[in-house]
Structures are given as C-alpha cells and as structure tokens.
Design a protein around this ligand. Structure first.
Ligand SMILES: Cc1cc2nc3c(=O)[nH]c(=O)nc-3n(C[C@H](O)[C@H](O)[C@H](O)COP(=O)(O)O)c2cc1C
Length: 194
C-alpha cells in the first residue's frame, strides 16, 4: 500500500510555527507519497456531543465532518500538527480526536479495525524551552495510538512563540529532516509492554 499522509493543522492562527515545522518535515517525504493538508480551525466541526449511549441520536453530520472522516480513512499516516496549548493539544486537534469516539461506531463500526496498523504522528511548537513539559501532548497521542491499535511515530518538537520563530530552532530543523523516516512501532499502553 503506498503511503498517504493526512496533515491536520490545529493552531488557532494561520501560518504558525507548528505548521512551518510540519511542512519542513513533509518536504523530505518521497515524491510518490500522498499529502493532504486540512486546517481544523477553518472546518465546520461543531463541539462534540456524546451520544454514544443515548437514544437521542447524533447531531446532523456536517460536510466537513464527512470530509475529515473520509480523509482519515484514506490516510496511511495521520499527523496531528498542534501547537502546545496548556501543555497538551489545542482544542481544534482535541475536538477532531473526540470525533473518533463517534466514528468508532458510526457511520462504519469498522473504524478502529481499519485504522489499526496505520501510523499516528505529532508535530508541535511551544514557547517553553524544556521539551519535558510537552509530555502530556506526547502521551495523549501515544495512548490514542495504543487504543486504536495504531503505530506511533512520536512527536516532532520545535521551539518558538512568535510566528516563524521556530525557524531559528536549529535542532528542530535537523530533526525535521529525518522525522518521517523513523521507525514507528505499534503503540502499547505502559501496562501492556513486555
Ligand atoms: C492558548 C495558548 C496556550 C499556550 N500554552 C502553552 C504551553 O502550555 N506551553 C508552552 O510552551 N507554550 C504555550 N503557548 C505558546 C505556543 O505554544 C507557541 O506560541 C507556539 O509557537 C504556537 O504555535 P503556532 O504558531 O503553530 O500556533 C500557548 C499559546 C496559546 C495561544
């Protein structure tokens, strides 16, 4: 199966640092690898309402929700491009993942089985200079991959606050060159690891 990357931008501003870093990493992908870029802040994805166990039924599905669902299922690799907000994912990125809870059962109950074996990646930018504070974001994505039976490629971290500032993070630029070439093992919860 040829690779196809879905980049989901989760910043609350356009042209931000996380996107810049993700584009630098994506430049290194082979030319026959598909790339689709969607900006979650520009899509009509309403706040998630949990109707999994309700007789009420789900709210009307927007065309952008369908676009995201179809694009997710069409991708071998899903890349969450989210700035570090309050040490974790942005609300846009988190909301997209909340919809996975709906998609587990509808419109196709095979969602998890189909995503199993595919790869989840993260790219983030942050003002803090100590990478360790991004652990909540990294664990969120890692555990999401473990729950879904997916591979986890890790998170590419870059430092910056003003738009474009990540461009001065030389270590991030070096990491970006090889980020998508790294091994992405099947994610396992810590208690399930041998
Ligand atoms: C709502 C909000 C929360 C933030 N929380 C953090 C944080 O917890 N840690 C941090 O290092 N930087 C934090 N920042 C700074 C951003 O991570 C930083 O400006 C980053 O470069 C933004 O990425 P972007 O340009 O892709 O939007 C926060 C910024 C905003 C707007």
């Amino acid at each position: 199966m040829s690779r196809s990357f879905l980049f989901l931008l989760g910043s609350a501003r356009t042209g931000g640092n996380a996107e810049l870093l993700a584009r630098a990493a994506a430049q290194q992908l082979p030319s026959d690898t598909g790339q689709r870029w969607l900006d979650l802040a520009r899509l009509d994805l309403p706040d998630y309402h949990d109707r999994r166990h309700s007789t009420e039924g789900w709210p009307v599905t927007t065309s952008d929700e369908t676009l995201l669902w179809e694009s997710t299922l069409a991708a071998t690799d899903v890349v969450i491009v989210s700035p570090l907000y309050w040490y974790s994912l942005s609300s846009y990125a988190k909301r997209y993942l909340d919809y996975w809870s709906k998609w587990l059962s509808t419109p196709d109950p095979e969602f998890r089985a189909k995503m199993s074996g595919r790869t989840l990646w993260g790219v983030t930018a942050m003002a803090h200079r100590q990478d360790v504070v991004a652990e909540p974001l990294i664990l969120t994505l890692h555990h999401t991959a473990a729950y879904m039976g997916m591979r986890f490629g890790g998170v590419l971290l870059g430092n910056g606050s003003r738009p474009g500032q990540v461009g001065t993070d030389e270590q991030a630029a070096i990491r970006a060159k090889t980020f998508f070439a790294r091994d992405a093992p099947i994610a396992r919860f810590p208690y399930a690891q041998e």
